[in-house]
Design a protein around this ligand. Sequence first.
Ligand code: NAP
Length: 266
Amino acid sequence: MYVNMGLIGYPLGHTFSPVLHTHFLDITGINGGYTCYEAESPSSIHYLLDMFKRYSFAGVNVTVPYKIEIMKYCDALDASAEKTGAVNTLHFVNGKITGYNTDVYGFGRMLETAGISTAGKNILLLGAGGAAKAIIAYLAEFKPDKLTIANRTEAKAGFLASLCSFKAVSSDMDSVRGEIYDIIINSTSIGLQGEGFPAVGAASEVLVDLQYKPAVTPFLAGYGSGPERINGFSMLVWQACRSFAIWTGTEPEPDIKKLSDIAYHS
Ligand code: NAP
């Protein structure tokens, strides 16, 4: 049996997902392939989903900017997607689509393996899109002392803050510039088109960027020397493992260092 898998989003020039899933196919011995489908506008989603069903795809990942938009195409949502309010993984079974969110799992594994705890911390979260929702779902379990959500469209940050089960406030991007936090997490897509990202606020412990390409991302590059910094590569690997398991029934055991060498140097 051949397992067809893929990715929808725009732009996709930055993605490492095909490299990761091809590696998972290799190490699990499963026969299949993973292909990227750029959807420049939401109107093409419908046609892509029809095509995936016609060619018996097992599932696809969904990335920027469609993690919320895609929910209306799902016939059912797994608890991970319900809890998050965003979907990054579609599973096709008997012509029906179930939406999952594996970013919450990926984000948690990334922090755990880096020895970072969010409990009781003063955290700045930049961005209020689909990835921010996954982070907030994680923080609901490992509650910070205070979360500030800053976003270009402040109303979206305000809405997310109102959903939090812990102390959370919203801000625009400019008002947090002079503030100090324990942890700053970037979940915006600023920089994906190659633009710079000047520092926003200061972090005393760690800077976490969900972006991962280049390894020193525009957000991390915006800070000089200072606190520990991690990019989103290991989150990407862990969320991909969980998606692969949903589609194939087999959870790969990744060697993050080896995968990083393959992804950044191939
Ligand atoms: P999204 O839903 O499209 O949200 C994008 C966010 O970025 C929004 O808050 C948006 O603000 C903000 N933004 C975009 N362009 C901006 C600009 N020019 N100036 C200021 N703010 C801007 O995307 P997403 O799914 O949340 O993903 C966000 C990022 O996380 C992407 O870079 C993605 O690659 C990364 N990510 C990585 C992983 C991983 O596994 N490492 C997983 C998930 C996501 P508005 O609300 O004002 O539009």
